[in-house]
Design a protein around this ligand. Structure first.
Ligand SMILES: NC(=O)c1ccc[n+]([C@@H]2O[C@H](COP(=O)([O-])OP(=O)(O)OC[C@H]3O[C@@H](n4cnc5c(N)ncnc54)[C@H](OP(=O)(O)O)[C@@H]3O)[C@@H](O)[C@H]2O)c1
Length: 334
């Protein structure tokens, strides 16, 4: 019998990290998951995953703690670096609050990977590191050659630009390790806005997108274009690029591109609730606002497939009703 493969996942308790661990455990991997607080209720779901009792070991560490990361990664053949500070779009944050964990955290994870002599590292980047490039030809879908321009990002308004900057700089940092004479290969995956059911009890920034539309957090919204992908398809993409030795460089992971008004129309037809936004204002054309096409052809060529948007919406609503984030229709009507 072959020995089970041991891999480490940073940011184990988060939205994407949890689904990734679920899939890895279901496929027989032994998983070392890093969490900042193993005793926190928000990580309790991890121990309930199938095979977790035997095959999931949680390590308490922060991205700034190199020694802690070395302990978590020791003995692993592969690492999935998922952890990152992910602010909500309107949060007020300082630049270093977002960029420091991303850049120093990536450096520390890579140092720990080198020390442990791992074979393969998969880093979760984001389309934030792809789309902020005003020089890209408008009629040509953005592909893996397209990089966000840090100077352009700095000219944008709002603190969310620090997240765009952090993801761009951290992905560049990670891929540079391919040229540093290490034994391991780094592959990055750049998911678009990730939606779908969650495993963790607390809501994360991106899965509140559909919830806010259903609950009616705004009467009027800017009709920007959204690039969306299901969290389960992101987790599958991460396993796919990990397992496939042909996988090299970066991979855009996006399933749907549509205006927010079209998404609302679709949701309305499936769940006719009263609280959807009533008005859509015209969105200014800008690459960071999603008005360019994105290509996931490179990932599809590896065999990646994705769920229908309807399935993602249905499973999200089931999840929101189960967690109590959204009242069930009969409760909402009474
Ligand atoms: N969700 C999306 O739409 C989306 C799209 C593209 C890319 N991504 C990327 O996907 C990854 C996961 O995002 P997510 O949506 O799953 O976010 P999430 O649910 O907020 O999870 C983030 C995880 O990172 C951990 N973390 C944050 N700061 C840390 C630090 N200093 N040290 C150690 N751990 C730290 C968090 O731990 P705590 O629980 O202790 O805070 C949490 O487990 C991130 O790299 C994000 O940039 C997300």
């Amino acid at each position: 019998m072959t020995e089970k493969q041991r891999v480490c996942v940073t940011g184990a308790g988060g939205y994407i990290g949890s689904w990734l661990i679920k899939y890895l455990l279901s496929r027989g991997y032994i998983v070392h998951g890093t969490v900042r607080d193993p005793g926190d209720e928000k990580n309790a779901h991890l121990k309930k995953l199938e095979n977790a009792a035997e095959n999931l070991i949680l390590f308490k560490t922060d991205l700034f703690d190199l020694e802690g990361l070395c302990s978590a990664i020791a003995g692993c053949t592969g690492v999935f670096h998922v952890a990152s500070f992910v602010p909500a779009f309107h949060d007020t944050v300082a630049e270093e609050e977002v960029t420091e964990p991303a850049i120093t955290g990536t450096k520390n994870v890579m140092k720990a990977c080198a020390a442990a002599k791992v074979k393969r590292v998969v880093v979760v980047s984001s389309i934030a590191a792809v789309v902020c490039n005003p020089k890209w030809h408008k009629d040509h879908p953005m592909d893996e050659e397209c990089w966000s321009d840090p100077e352009f990002i700095r000219t944008l308004e709002g603190d969310f630009r620090y997240y765009l900057l952090a993801k761009t700089l951290a992905e560049r940092e990670a891929l540079e390790y391919n040229n540093k004479g290490n034994e391991f290969e780094v592959v990055t995956v750049c998911p678009s806005i990730t939606i779908g059911p969650r495993l963790q009890s607390t809501i994360n920034a991106s899965s509140s997108l559909l919830l806010n539309l259903l609950k009616g957090s705004a009467e009027s919204v800017e009709d920007a274009t959204y690039h969306l992908v299901d969290v389960r398809d992101v987790a599958e993409a991460l396993v796919l690029v990990y397992k496939n030795p042909e996988a090299k460089g970066r991979y855009i992971c996006n399933s749907y591109t549509l205006k927010i008004s079209a998404l609302v129309e679709k949701m309305k037809s499936m769940y006719p609730r009263p609280n959807y936004p009533k008005r859509f204002t015209e969105a200014e054309e800008a690459p960071q606002k999603g008005d360019r096409m994105l290509s996931s052809e490179k990932l599809k060529r590896l065999g990646w497939n994705y769920k229908t948007l309807e399935e993602t919406i249905v499973d999200s609503v089931i999840c929101f009703e189960k967690t109590g984030d959204l009242p069930k229709p009969e409760a909402a009507a009474s």
